[in-house]
Design a protein around this ligand. Structure first.
Ligand code: CP
Length: 296
């Protein structure tokens, strides 16, 4: 049984084959329906717009019936555990479980807890969000041809970001030079264990960057104040219009969404000509088709 639980541990040829296949899906060159007659179950213990919807669209395109499960209205809201929920849904016969959960390692637990479903990690706690990193890499690769030697700066709330962890692994695997930037409260020194430079000064971190990825400040995961005020955060670590104007002319601006406009990124930058934010969303459907097909 195949699972997609993390980027860490994948190899470059595998990722490149998956991204090549995603291109075939995006260009409309695939007509097969390899999931015809099968069920893909979306199990989202946390909210989602992009990930859940694009997995649903991808699964439907591949011929699957989609089951959308959320906590509200389910027995999880009465206290049923993650593993009991997974085992009970797996017993109904879906081929794939797409799981988002607030606990790091939840997807691996779900994969180990049953033997009949492939599991896709759609975001587990502060651990990984592999399909997001794959669509981000796909977006950059389509623009550049190759990520080799490209400099990508990831800015903001890395502490709580599974997207950042998956992206560090994926972008480096494909040859990019990655650096992280933000205040020590959100980019703590321990993250140096990821093997990338940690910078505190955003203007320095943006110097010569081929791409900058802003991260959402995950205020719902902050039990204490990790920055003085939103205005100060935006001034020191936000991609303002002034900072965006200092980027190399070819530089791209990414954000996994949802965007806190005026906080980690100025609205005019999010909507500006360097932004590929909606391209990321569009590419997410093609990449998730490739993932679901590979699991068969
Ligand atoms: N990027 C991302 O995971 O967005 P959603 O939370 O809307 O799925």
């Amino acid at each position: 049984m195949k699972h997609l639980l993390a980027i860490e541990g994948l190899d470059r040829p595998f990722v490149e084959r998956l991204l090549d296949r995603a291109r075939e899906f995006r260009e409309g060159r695939v007509r097969e329906r390899p999931l015809a007659g099968q069920v893909v179950a979306n199990l989202f213990f946390e909210p989602s717009t992009r990930t859940r919807t694009s997995f649903e669209l991808a699964a439907a395109f591949l011929g699957a019936h989609v089951l959308n499960w959320t906590v509200a209205g389910s027995s999880a809201s009465k206290g049923e555990s993650l593993l009991d929920t997974v085992r009970n849904l797996a017993a109904m016969g879906p081929r794939v479980l797409v799981l988002r959960h607030g606990g790091s390692g939840a997807a691996a637990l779900a994969a180990a807890a049953q033997k009949t479903c492939s599991v896709v990690n759609a975001g587990d706690g502060q651990h990984e969000h592999p399909s997001q990193a794959l669509l981000d890499a796909f977006t950059l690769r389509e623009r550049w041809g190759s990520l080799d030697g490209r400099k990508v700066t990831i800015v903001g709330d890395v502490l709580h970001s599974r997207v950042a962890r998956s992206n560090v692994h994926c972008l480096r695997l494909l040859g990019a030079k990655v650096q992280l930037c933000g205040p020590a409260t959100l980019v703590p020194d321990e993250l140096a264990a990821l093997g990338v430079p940690l910078l505190r000064d955003l203007d320095r971190a943006l110097d010569g960057a081929d791409a900058v990825m802003l991260l959402r400040l995950q205020r719902e995961r902050m039990a204490e104040a990790l920055f003085p005020t939103e205005a100060e955060y935006h001034a020191r670590w936000g991609l303002t219009a002034g900072r965006a104007a200092q980027l190399p002319r070819h530089a791209l601006v990414l954000h996994p969404g949802p965007v806190n406009r005026g906080l980690e990124i100025a609205p005019e930058v999010a909507d500006g000509s360097a932004s590929v934010i909606l391209e990321q969303v569009e590419n997410g459907v093609a990449v998730r088709k490739a993932i679901l097909e590979w699991l068969q």
